[in-house]
Design a protein around this ligand. Structure first.
Ligand SMILES: Cc1cc2nc3c(=O)[nH]c(=O)nc-3n(C[C@H](O)[C@H](O)[C@H](O)COP(=O)(O)OP(=O)(O)OC[C@H]3O[C@@H](n4cnc5c(N)ncnc54)[C@H](O)[C@@H]3O)c2cc1C
Length: 397
């Protein structure tokens, strides 16, 4: 029977980062992906500075910086009044080598890391290999995998589920995935149209609030990604139709008939698994928690889960740290997920679509005050770049 120390399920951005860290720490890793190749996933575009610091430790930050766009400044705009609050991550240059958000699609990271993992002697990377089930043995886990159509068994000391929202490993844990799904769906469209020539003062990252149709405009090297709430009166087919594309772009650039390279609808969830660890199984990334994309926290926080977990598994497998290390991972990442990632993204969602009135005015006044006060602004930037959550994690014993 094939043996390894850690079996990582899923070669998305979270699984590949975790496997890369485990491999760099000298552990014997197997990583399996049910798809035939690294998926061309267009969802995440933002890599935060705190994550770039981690990627730098496995020599993956610079290659991504070379193909991405540095976005030091991002804007929070009000679509009706035109008010712009611009936040400059350059203010964190005293504490990070990467004082910007890197705009680079998530598939670039998963691909880069998969290619590297495939070449490592202590890693067995398999595509077309699906995790089916697992059972705990006296001192490990026996996992059943469907490897290119053939059922095989693998013996691992630990199994890490980085297998996304519908995680089979989470189901194996038998834990609840508590939370809710927003009624409103999101529509994402990509276009090479130069929106910056029409709205000339844009940054690469722009959150534009509006009670009728909030808007996110994100630049990646080849296209603008446009994210808007779905019109609830339209069917899924109508939402990605040319007619809806024209309606959305008419409101942004003043005319329709803008060519798009990609149109998708997303259902949006706020969910956290009740347990991230059970026995010798752990879950990270979307397998463990889901949140709306406003702020760019889902993938980034998933990578932070994997980084934390890799360190704990290394302590257990190489330093005899014992079970307490996994319990600490659970406490640290549960706390950060609930108090920062969930809380902040729910707040971001509310702010984007807030209707006129006293609540909206109070929210704007609060953001203006943060923007104008250097100390409050720094705290805000540290929170948005996910440095504050890593500090919080370190403070949990
Ligand atoms: C519109 C949108 C924009 C977003 N923007 C951002 C952003 O800018 N920044 C950010 O941080 N987050 C963002 N997110 C969230 C981000 O896309 C996810 O959090 C991220 O993809 C999670 O990565 P993951 O590796 O955990 O899961 P996934 O990317 O879903 O990868 C899971 C992998 O596991 C594989 N798999 C599944 N089941 C099995 C199995 N049984 N066996 C083997 N393999 C399996 C899958 O094929 C897949 O490759 C965005 C989300 C949306 C919807």
């Amino acid at each position: 029977m094939k043996k390894c120390e850690v079996l990582v399920v899923g070669a998305g951005p979270v699984g590949t980062t975790c496997a890369s860290r485990l491999a760099a720490l000298g552990l014997d890793v197997m990583i399996v992906e049910c798809e035939a190749t690294s998926t061309h996933d267009l969802r995440a575009t933002t890599i935060h500075a705190s994550t770039l610091e981690m990627l730098d430790e496995i020599d993956a930050a610079q290659p991504l910086i070379e193909i991405g766009l540095k976005a030091p400044v991002y804007q929070m705009r009000d679509r009706r009044s035109g008010e712009i609050l611009a936040f400059d991550l350059g203010e964190l240059a005293d504490m990070t080598k990467f004082p910007f958000r890197l705009q680079c699609e998530q598939y670039n990271m998963a691909r880069l890391l998969s290619d590297r993992l495939a070449a490592l002697p202590n890693v067995d990377l398999r595509f077309n290999c699906r995790f089916v089930s697992s059972r705990e043995s006296a001192d490990g886990v026996i996992a059943t995998l469907e490897d290119n159509g053939t059922l095989i068994e693998v013996e691992a000391k630990f199994v890490v589920g980085a297998d996304g929202a519908r995680s089979a490993v989470r189901k194996q844990l038998g834990t609840e995935f508590d939370g809710f799904t927003y009624e409103e769906k999101f529509v994402s469209m990509s276009t090479a149209y130069p929106i910056e020539k029409v709205i000339t003062d844009l940054s690469y990252v722009n959150y534009i609030s509006d009670p009728e149709e909030w808007l996110v405009l994100l630049k990646v090297p080849s296209v603008w990604r446009v994210l808007v709430p779905a019109d609830g009166a339209l069917s899924d087919e109508e939402l990605i139709s040319d007619a809806n594309r024209d309606a959305v772009f008419r409101r942004i650039v003043g005319h329709g008939d803008v060519e798009t390279t990609h149109r998708t609808i997303y259902k949006v969830h706020q969910r956290v698994a009740r347990e991230f660890v059970s026995g010798r199984h752990a879950i990270i990334g979307d397998a463990a928690h889901l949140n709306n994309p406003l702020g760019g926290f889902g993938m980034n926080s998933g990578i932070h889960d994997g980084w934390n977990l890799a360190d704990k598994l290394w302590q257990i497998l190489r330093k005899d740290a014992g079970r307490a290390a996994l319990d600490l991972f659970e406490r640290q990442r549960q706390a950060v997920t609930r108090s920062v990632i969930q809380a902040q993204t729910i707040e971001n969602m509310e702010s984007m679509g807030m209707a006129e009135g006293a609540k909206l005015e109070a929210k704007r006044a609060k953001m203006r005050a943060i923007h104008e006060d250097p100390a409050a602004r720094r705290q805000f930037l540290l929170r948005q770049a996910l440095f504050a959550s890593l500090q919080q994690e370190r403070e949990i014993a």
